[in-house]
Design a protein around this ligand. Structure first.
Ligand code: FMN
Length: 325
């Protein structure tokens, strides 16, 4: 059985985290399906109204009695601090944060009995969050879907492992099958944080056209949408420097080439995107997706994705052991 220290810490069978993806797919159904399959699911808490977060937390408790993670982004919590308190009041066993300095959130989570996981994109950010006292670090490569930095996963992970040991490090970005999971473990990670592969699952709460878009995409279709910076105001203090990676759309193609105009039209474009999110039409705008879309060939039940990841990693590691014996 594929077990690491992360499994012991989180009380799970398989070293796989289904990534937090805000309201895009990472709802209670997906998180519960992943946790029930012996890995750990994440409820995305960013960009959701507070009532929806409460409903989703209740639904998740109804669907699983296994451990789960509740995820936020630092810029979202700066604007919506009550979301964090809501997750702690619901006794979330694990909180994860991305996109900025966690500050005193780590202590608040620990005081409430929760573990704290932080996603980073550079070694310097890893040093910073170690000082804050985090329990687990996710080192996310630029291949990933959603907001990412500049460094590729296989380059970043071993550097972060060297910098923060013995704190467990989890790899994110570009991992969609057992070979990727095995490679992450060989780089020194204790597990994988996987988003894009789980978006193309039966349980992910995104539209079918986005799921089919992932299945049909090649890796070069998952582009960095730098124009996001012109449309949305820069987050405040403590935010990490990131750019979203998403499947190309007519919207991205149109505005990437007209960034000055996008800045002038920012208010209108923000409204378009927000209403797209609320209506479940993010795939028309900036459908966050990683380069690993090129490795995803079918929509599957989330539990089956977990089983294939584990079996594939075991096979890959056995093959490596055999060929180096
Ligand atoms: C649709 C989508 C939304 C995301 N939103 C968040 C988020 O709200 N919080 C977060 O920590 N990470 C978010 N991420 C990044 C993931 O946590 C993770 O790092 C990434 O999906 C891993 O790379 P992969 O997509 O290649 O598996 C998002 C990723 C995607 C694809």
């Amino acid at each position: 059985m594929l077990q690491t220290g992360l499994c012991e810490l989180f009380k799970i069978d398989h070293p796989i985290i289904q990534a937090g993806m805000g309201p895009f797919g990472s709802g209670a159904e997906l998180a519960a399906a992943v946790s029930n399959a012996g890995a750990i699911g994440t409820l995305g808490g960013a960009a959701r109204p507070i009532e929806e977060l409460r409903d989703q937390l209740g639904r998740l408790r109804d669907l699983t009695d296994r451990p789960f993670v509740v995820n936020f982004t630092q810029p979202w919590l700066q604007q919506n601090p009550e979301h964090f308190a809501t997750a702690l009041e619901a006794h979330a066993p694990i909180i994860s944060l991305a996109l900025g300095d966690p500050g005193d959130l780590v202590k608040r989570a620990h005081d409430a009995g929760a573990l704290f996981v932080q996603q980073v994109h550079t070694v310097d950010q890893a040093h910073l969050v170690v000082e804050r006292g985090v329990d687990v670090i996710i080192a996310q490569g630029t291949e990933a879907g959603g907001f990412t930095g500049m460094v590729a996963m296989p380059v970043l992970v071993p550097q972060v492992v060297d910098a923060v040991g013995p704190i467990p490090v989890v790899a994110a970005g570009g991992i969609a099958d057992g070979r990727g999971l095995a490679a992450a473990l060989m780089l020194g990670a204790q597990g994988a944080n996987i988003g894009t592969r789980f978006l193309a699952s039966d349980e992910a709460s995104i539209g079918d056209s986005w799921k089919h878009g992932i299945v049909e995409a090649t890796s070069t279709d998952a582009v960095k949408a730098e124009v996001w910076d012109e449309i949305f105001p820069k987050p405040g203090a403590g935010a990490f420097d990131v750019v979203p990676r998403a499947l190309r759309t007519a919207f991205i193609d149109e505005w990437q080439g007209r960034r000055a105009e996008a800045a002038r039209e920012a208010e209108r474009l923000q409204e378009d995107i927000w209403s797209g999110i609320q209506q479940g039409r993010m795939e028309d705008f900036v459908p966050f997706t990683g380069q690993s879309a090129g490795l995803v060939h079918e929509i599957l039940p989330a539990g089956e994705i977990v089983r294939r990841l584990v079996r594939g990693a075991e096979d890959a590691l056995r093959g490596t052991a055999a060929s180096t014996a």
